[in-house]
Ligand binder design. Structure first.
Ligand SMILES: Nc1ncnc2c1ncn2[C@@H]1O[C@H](COP(=O)(O)OP(=O)(O)OP(=O)(O)O)[C@@H](O)[C@H]1O
Ligand SMILES: [Mg+2]
Length: 256
């Protein structure tokens, strides 16, 4: 028995085949106009469903990543700070480090683009279908310290289970408290054990980390695991924020 279009629509809805629903009418017309075989038409319809599911998955991954902007390496001005490790950034952007469960640490002065590059790498990972969690380090560690019981566990498990955890701007607020340092240590330790990648950015040089963690043994424990299999990108140069601020000022003087 042939179904009417309305019945087909209803069945597709029931089966949650929204990709097929969206394009079916076009595909029917196309199939008749181009005289396609049943198999050719069926493949196209199946592909529509796969495409729709894939793009929905990527959208869910993006929403779940907590990234607030979709940045890329294309909108980065590589000429501004020629000492930025461009090759390392592009190498990280291939996500080889993530496939191998290695870490990445981007260190350098404020405003040189570490967070920008980290977000671009994180977004590339989202587009590849990885589960990414992007967090400003102080915020995540703060949540882990302040939350209690089940809530703390939930935040910790989310940070532990992501394929890629980005801790942006570590030690921005200088010294972190002993409880936050313990949480950081636990995260680094567990992720290392499961060989899950972390991407950390900081404008504090690694030799100063002990000062911000407040404990020599803890610092060694963290650095040991973090750096065992890690790509290190050392940024250098002038702050892009100052360039943008100077540009704004110049425009104001000019127009004012
Ligand atoms: N070379 C660049 N080309 C284009 N935009 C840049 C460049 N460097 C930095 N920016 C922009 O300048 C701003 C500051 O950069 P970003 O936050 O990445 O710096 P950062 O190295 O993380 O600094 P901080 O150590 O203070 O966190 C961002 O809006 C970023 O997109
Ligand atoms: Mg930053």
């Amino acid at each position: 028995m042939t179904m009417s279009m309305m019945e087909i629509e209803k069945a597709l809805k029931q089966l949650r085949l929204s990709g097929v629903r969206a394009t079916l009418e076009t595909r029917i017309v196309e199939s008749q106009a181009a005289n396609l075989s049943f198999l050719e038409t069926f493949s196209l319809i199946l592909q529509d469903e796969l495409d729709r599911r894939h793009s929905r998955l990527l959208e869910r991954r993006y929403q779940g990543s907590c990234l607030s902007e979709r940045v890329s390496l294309d909108d980065f001005d590589w000429g501004y700070n020629p000492k930025i490790p461009k090759r390392t950034c592009f190498e990280l952007h291939t996500l080889k480090f993530l496939r191998e469960g290695d870490n990445a640490v981007l260190i350098g002065p404020p405003g040189t683009g570490k967070s920008h590059v980290a977000k671009a790498i994180a977004y590339a990972a989202v587009r590849q279908g990885y589960r990414v969690l992007y967090a400003e380090a102080d915020e995540l560690l703060g949540q882990l310290v302040e939350a209690e019981g089940a809530e703390r566990r939930k935040v910790f498990v989310a940070a532990l289970e992501a394929d890629l955890l980005v801790l942006d701007d570590l030690f921005l607020a200088r010294r972190i408290g002993p409880e936050a340092a313990d949480q950081l240590q636990a995260l680094v330790h567990k992720r290392y054990k499961h060989r899950r990648s972390m991407l950390i950015t900081s404008n504090r040089i690694v030799s100063d980390w002990e000062k911000y963690l407040g404990d020599a043994a803890l610092t060694t424990t963290i650095l040991d695991r973090l750096m065992h299999r890690a790509v290190l990108g050392e940024f250098a140069g002038r702050s892009y924020r100052l360039k943008e601020a100077a540009g704004r000022l110049a425009r104001r003087v000019h127009t004012g």
